[in-house]
Design a protein around this ligand. Structure first.
Ligand code: 5RP
Length: 222
């Protein structure tokens, strides 16, 4: 937890008055949102957009002004976590199930700042099963098509029912093993009609902040 907090506190240093900031989702982003809340209580004037109902609720509790995504013209930067980061800063995201909104918000941001602990740095993406958001209609067929791409898709469950995303969709966690060409896989996934979005974030990352267990953090060099 100390490593996550260290990365989160380092990212807060980028925030300035008047900015619009995207709030990611997950246990690393939680201390970031808490740190933003403290700054807002001290007088920092910002607007924020959340990538999940969970992050929005936490932000509101802390008094962070949340604006609807439809009102956003441009997001100065978004701070989000990741499940894996490779040496080219491509990511696997979606362990927390918020990948679709996270990708929409990251895409609308001038910069995506990723905060992680060292356990998330990998040589190749794919040890963490890739989350793929699919529409419930025809998900069995979508699962078969995913299998043909070379993975073992598992329908994510919660309380003995399919896990539902904030958008009312299912998640397939797809164990691919080493993903050597993330850009190519991203294109192949998008060609499957039942796939809404996937957790590969290719070429979207502007900075990676890595927290250490001793409470320090550093900017990753490419
Ligand atoms: C949620 C995400 C998270 O950023 C990712 O799962 C990392 O989470 P954590 O910081 O809890 O390890 O993509 O959809």
């Amino acid at each position: 937890m100390e490593a996550k907090r260290a990365a989160a506190e380092r990212a807060v240093e980028w925030i300035r008055d008047g900015m619009t900031v995207g709030l990611g989702t997950g246990s690393t982003v939680q201390p970031f949102i808490q740190a933003v809340g403290r700054k807002v209580a001290e007088g920092l004037a910002i607007k924020a957009v959340a990538t999940s109902v969970r992050s929005e609720e936490l932000a509101r509790e802390l008094g962070i002004p949340i604006i609807p995504f439809s009102d956003v013209e441009e997001i100065d930067f978004t701070v989000d976590g990741a499940d894996e980061v490779d040496p080219a800063w491509h990511l696997i995201k979606g362990g927390g199930g918020a990948l679709l909104r996270e990708k929409i918000v990251a895409d609308a941001s001038k910069r995506l700042i990723v905060i992680v602990d060292e356990s998330k740095l990998v040589r190749h993406l794919g040890k963490f099963p890739l989350p793929v958001e699919v529409v419930p209609f025809g998900f069995e067929l979508t699962r078969r098509k995913l299998t043909r791409l070379g993975c073992e898709p598992k329908l994510r469950m919660a309380d003995s029912r399919p896990y539902l995303t904030d958008n009312g969709n299912y998640i397939m966690d797809c164990a691919f093993g080493d993903i050597l060409q993330p850009g190519r896989l991203a294109e192949e996934l998008h060609r499957i009609p039942g796939v809404v979005e996937h957790g590969l974030f290719v070429g979207m990352t502007a900075e990676v902040v890595v927290g250490r267990a001793d409470g320090t953090a550093y900017l990753l060099e490419r």
